[in-house]
Ligand binder design. Structure first.
Ligand SMILES: [Zn+2]
Length: 78
């Protein structure tokens, strides 16, 4: 699994709507990729904050900025 593939499944992982097989693949990637661990934690925290304010949907621009930033780091680091 690449970082792009991981990020594509990130929302479903946080929502627990991935299949057990996919979850195993995602967790395998997390063991190998510190950048995606950080992205997962950051995104999860951000979503929790939004949920507390009853604004569940992340603004698309924010989500895209977050993912672009992490992908830029992964190009150097992964
Ligand atoms: Zn990654």
């Amino acid at each position: 699994m690449t970082c792009s593939e991981f990020l594509a499944e990130l929302d479903d992982l946080i929502d627990n709507s991935v299949t057990p097989t996919l979850r195993a693949d995602l967790e395998l990637h997390l063991r190998e990729c510190e950048h995606c661990v950080i992205t997962l934690n950051t995104t999860r925290k951000t979503i929790e904050i939004y949920r507390q304010h009853e604004l569940y949907e992340l603004p698309t621009a924010l989500r895209e900025r977050l993912q672009a930033a992490i992908l830029a780091k992964c190009k150097r680091g992964c």
